[in-house]
Design a protein around this ligand. Structure first.
Ligand code: B12
Ligand code: SF4
Length: 607
């Protein structure tokens, strides 16, 4: 069972675990000699070497649209070795004819894989196996659909014991895992694959069955602290089930922080359950906010209005949870002005995290059918069906404009005020200030996530994207926010400020003629404000200049990166002394942090 490589979008933030393959492996394990799960993103061996090692009779590959090409490449290698191939997942289910047109694909399993795969390996032939599409003498045969599994409790838990890799959460130190409480969704959003895969039908496991798996999962991870994603597309689809699960979770002392994908209308409607979820450790939420505009919510058939947005976010924030939201940009009639308003709206309603995906017509969706009918889809490379590239013509915006707007939205939202706000909200729960070292370490990871994403995504036009990013950062709201909240009230930095004293630190980022400065005004006790301005301002006491040319140059060496940093703008002895104090303040904090938690290594070069 194989998952192709190729991180895209959100999988830079979360390691993607092939749960579907683990489910299937668990279901067929007792009927085959051996089943191996290979994740080519995590495995550093060549696929040919793995074929030699395992000598499989059958290779099963899981595919999304963006993995189409890579999946075909792997299937070709398997086929060259005389191995039968079968593929499954949302993409092949939607386009079985296309997939079977490739000589290296023998069979497609449509829909859920467990029962179909078991029957297939037991019979040894696809003939009359429900849910299989295959070829016979060059003719495509689509066997009838297999009915959905109504009682999900009959399924054995995913075969984590077959896992060969250690999956990590965004901080790269905590283990992460995935669990599924329900399948399907009762929504009918036009751009989503759920309606075609599950026909608006939501099926749920019993909370008791889920709890049993959670306990088994905790044991698998030796009860270490863990970050777990509920991969249900609509986790709150059955609020009573979630409520019961929270009761069960609270009976145990587990070191698990859960994340769930939820609809904002449910989060607005059930404040008591939201409260309970946060108490039970379900703390991070990703909501499909999609757009502030009613016309977009209507055209995509979201089934709710923008009135629910603010209320949903408030319910989460009040309980110290992380209110994440995703937006869809580049819909057929959206304008640049409308899209530019999205990050502002995200901040206004109080989201603590946001992602801005480009509307992508996946085959099988209503959205795809509509655009295909009008001949608007121009992209032919499936690699770009990743919600980060523009793949069809819209009324007002070019491909380049949409992709730049995605960068703009990202930068406008992920400014320093958002990072501070995130901390402020989580303090409601932790009642503890985070140290400046931990805070900076986590922000460095966020920035590297954005840089990885940007590098990979916009490699042809990276300089322009960096400039758009810098320009979007200029925002007077950062100063207003930091003056009101007080960064020192949110982060533990007493010793740091005492050593640093009264300073005006100016950190200037530039690329060609685009220059943006971050000004940090400190006293020995407070951070008065953080200001983000175009160009430079006079009167700073410490200057750090960073030339971002190296970012736009993907193959630059570490040495080049180091030379991009300069502390010497308008050099004077006084400034040198102040810079020294800054280094001492940072060094002291890093040492203190390493003494307290030796695993919190800090990469000084990043500072
Ligand atoms: C949770 C989730 C994520 C998580 C991953 C969680 C994890 N597993 O680690 C995160 C947030 C990281 C993520 C990222 C992305 N995701 Co996502 N994700 C989902 C979601 C909601 C659930 C996936 C899941 O784990 N399901 C649970 C398992 C049990 O189901 P399953 O994987 O579908 O497997 C079953 C069947 O499909 C089938 N099957 C699957 N593989 C195979 C293989 C064989 C051989 C066989 C026989 C059967 C079979 O049998 C399995 C068991 O029944 C799905 C929608 C959904 N409901 O599935 C979208 C979905 C898969 N994601 C999607 C997309 C677009 C993305 C991103 C590109 C978004 C972005 N821009 O960042 C990235 C892609 C990342 C990458 N490839 O690098 C799309 C894919 C569209 C398409 N047609 O290709 C989906 C369908 C959502 C949608 N838009 O409708 N995702
Ligand atoms: S609510 Fe979410 S999972 Fe359900 S159909 Fe809409 S986008 Fe898909």
């Amino acid at each position: 069972m194989v998952k192709p490589s190729g991180r895209k979008g959100l999988s830079f933030a979360f390691d993607l675990i092939p749960t579907g393959l683990e489910y299937i492996a668990a279901y067929i394990e007792d009927t085959v000699d051996k089943v191996h799960i290979v994740d080519m993103e995590m495995d550093h061996r060549k696929f040919q070497d793995l074929i030699n090692l395992y000598s499989p009779d059958l290779v099963g590959i899981s595919l999304s649209a963006t993995e189409h090409n890579e999946g075909l490449r792997l299937a070709k290698i398997a086929k060259k070795n005389g191995v039968m191939t079968v593929i499954g997942g949302y993409h092949p289910t939607s386009v079985p004819d296309l997939m079977l047109s490739y000589p290296q694909i023998d069979m497609v399993i449509r829909g859920e894989g467990e029962l179909t795969m078991r029957e297939l390996v037991e019979k040894g032939t696809p003939e009359n196996v429900l849910g299989v599409s295959h070829k016979k003498n060059g003719i495509l045969i689509h066997n009838e659909d297999r009915p959905r599994i109504e009682n999900l409790d009959i399924l054995p838990f995913p075969a984590r014991r077959l896992r060969q890799y250690s999956y990590k959460s965004q901080n790269r130190t905590t283990d992460c895992d995935v669990i599924v409480m329900s399948r399907g969704c009762n929504g009918f959003c036009s751009f989503c694959c759920e309606p075609s895969m599950n026909y608006g039908c939501l099926r749920c496991r019993s909370p008791e069955n889920v709890m049993k798996e959670i306990l088994e999962m905790a044991e698998y991870h030796q009860r270490k602290s863990l970050s777990v994603m509920f991969a249900d597309p609509n986790f709150m689809g059955n609020p009573r089930g979630v409520d019961r699960l929270c009761d069960l979770l609270m009976e145990h002392d587990l070191r698990i922080e859960f994340c769930a994908l939820v609809r904002p209308d449910a989060m607005a409607k059930y404040p008591e359950i939201v409260k309970k979820m946060c108490r039970a450790g379900i703390l991070r939420f990703e909501m499909g906010i999609e757009s502030p505009n009613s016309k977009d919510l209507k055209s995509t058939k979201k089934g709710f209005t923008n009135k629910v947005h603010g209320k949903a976010v408030r319910n989460i924030r009040e309980n110290g949870g992380r209110a994440g939201g995703t937006f869809v940009i580049g819909l057929p009639d959206q304008t640049a002005e409308e899209i530019k308003g999205f990050p502002t709206y995200a901040k206004e309603i109080g989201l603590t995290a946001a992602a801005f995906g480009i509307a992508t017509p996946f085959p099988g969706t209503e959205f795809y059918k509509e655009l295909d009918k009008q001949g608007l889809i121009f992209e032919t490379n499936w690699d770009n069906f990743d919600e980060m590239h523009s793949v069809y013509r819209t009324k007002h915006l070019s491909k380049e404009m949409i992709e730049e707007l995605a960068t703009y939205c990202m930068a406008k939202f992920w400014n320093l005020d958002t990072f501070i706000d995130q901390e402020m909200v989580s303090q409601k729960r932790t009642v503890r200030k985070k140290t400046i070292v931990d805070f900076t370490r986590e922000r460095t990871l966020n920035i590297s996530f954005m840089a990885n994403n940007g590098n990979k995504l916009q490699k042809d036009n990276l300089s322009q994207h960096i400039k758009t990013f810098l320009e979007a950062y200029i925002d007077p709201r950062v100063e207003t926010y930091t003056r009101t909240v007080g960064v020192h009230e949110v982060l533990e930095m007493t010793r740091f400020l005492r050593i640093l004293g009264s300073q005006k630190i100016q950190c200037t980022l530039s690329l060609d003629d685009t220059t943006v400065s971050f000004v940090f005004k400190t006293t020995s006790k407070t951070v008065e404000y953080i200001r983000v301005i175009c160009g430079r301002q006079e009167g700073s006491t410490i200057n750090l200049d960073v030339d971002l040319k190296w970012l736009a140059e993907p193959y630059c060496t570490n040495l080049q990166k180091i030379f991009a940093f300069r502390f010497s703008h308008n050099f004077s002895i006084k400034k040198l002394w102040n810079t020294f104090k800054l280094f001492v303040a940072i060094g002291t904090e890093v040492m203190a942090s390493n003494l307290q938690t030796p695993r919190a290594h800090f990469n000084l070069s990043l500072l």
